[in-house]
Design a protein around this ligand. Structure first.
Ligand SMILES: [Zn+2]
Length: 296
């Protein structure tokens, strides 16, 4: 019996030298990327190509958030909030943290998930008001896909200005070491007004899901996907990357995940331009995200 000789494995198109050199595309891969990007709206930052997710005459958006990706019409898995009493908790302040009095709540969800919501009581001395804030946020969290809620343990609500914290207008932040999301409610409320609060949460929760050695920006598989795609969909992430490659990669995974979620699960709401641009721009990242978050 003759056995056909197995074909020699083709050389990888992407040379990914993990370390200082990072990853580079081969000439063949660059040509493929150019072909894939033909017809898309392209911007550049510091030599990095960005696919804009809005058509002209709108400006090329900074982030991948779109107010229709998740909104108040989506069902929430949130069930109830239980008072856990007053305690002390660390909040962001200045360049570090400060211990402050806090009201602790435990919110439950239909999938047997519980997330602690900790409200700064020094800023919110009225318990009922603090509980209302916890309930509002818990309702928004319940609209998030189950896959991104697996890593979050606690959400802290504080006012950034009151604690001398300069977030540069950032509405929220993720701290992977403690599986925490910080909500800076002065800016987060602005996101609510522009109907972007859920997208901010999705971005921060994506940080928690993808800020670890086995799933996320630091893995060979994700780095390989970024290089194979050869392009970014977030001017914000590309801008951060130009200054700090590691932090830029971290922002890229969160920003690209929001774009993925919008294009895959909300294509009729974000519109054809957004959805088609994402699909054409980042097919390798999409394939990566589908492994971790295949359903909405
Ligand atoms: Zn971020």
């Amino acid at each position: 019996m003759n056995f056909a000789k197995a074909p020699a494995p083709s050389l990888p198109l992407v040379l990914c030298l993990v370390g200082l050199l990072g990853c580079v595309q081969s000439a063949e891969e660059i040509a493929r990327t150019d072909q894939r990007l033909a017809g898309l709206r392209i911007d550049t930052i510091d030599g990095l190509r960005i696919v804009c997710l809005q058509a002209q005459p709108a400006g090329c958006p900074s982030t991948t958030g779109h107010p229709s990706i998740i909104n108040e019409t989506d069902r929430t898995t949130y069930v109830a909030t239980e008072d856990k009493g007053a305690s002390a908790s660390l909040f962001r302040a200045g360049n570090g943290t400060t211990n402050q009095r806090a009201y602790v709540f435990a919110s439950s969800y239909t999938n047997n998930r519980n997330i602690e919501v900790i409200v700064n009581a020094a800023e919110n001395p009225d318990l009922n008001q603090a509980r209302q804030k916890a309930v509002a946020l818990s309702t928004e969290l319940g609209r998030m896909p189950a896959c991104v809620l697996t890593q979050v343990k606690e959400v802290k609500i504080q006012n950034s200005a009151g604690l001398g914290l300069d977030t540069g207008g950032v509405a929220a932040a993720a701290v992977s070491a403690t599986s925490s999301i910080y909500i800076f409610e002065d800016f987060f409320n602005r996101s609510r007004q522009s109907r972007m609060a859920e997208e901010v949460l999705l971005h921060e929760l994506a940080h928690l899901l993808f800020d670890n050695p086995t799933s996320g920006y630091a893995t060979f598989a994700y780095k390989n996907a970024v290089v194979t795609d050869g392009v970014y969909v977030s001017r914000y992430a590309a801008g951060v990357r130009a200054v700090s490659p590691l932090q830029g990669d971290r922002e890229d995974v969160a920003e690209s995940f929001v774009a993925y979620f919008g294009a895959k699960f909300r294509s009729e709401r974000v519109g054809a331009f957004f959805a088609n641009s994402v699909r054409s721009a980042i097919p390798s990242r999409i394939a990566y995200f589908e492994r971790f978050c295949p359903t909405a």
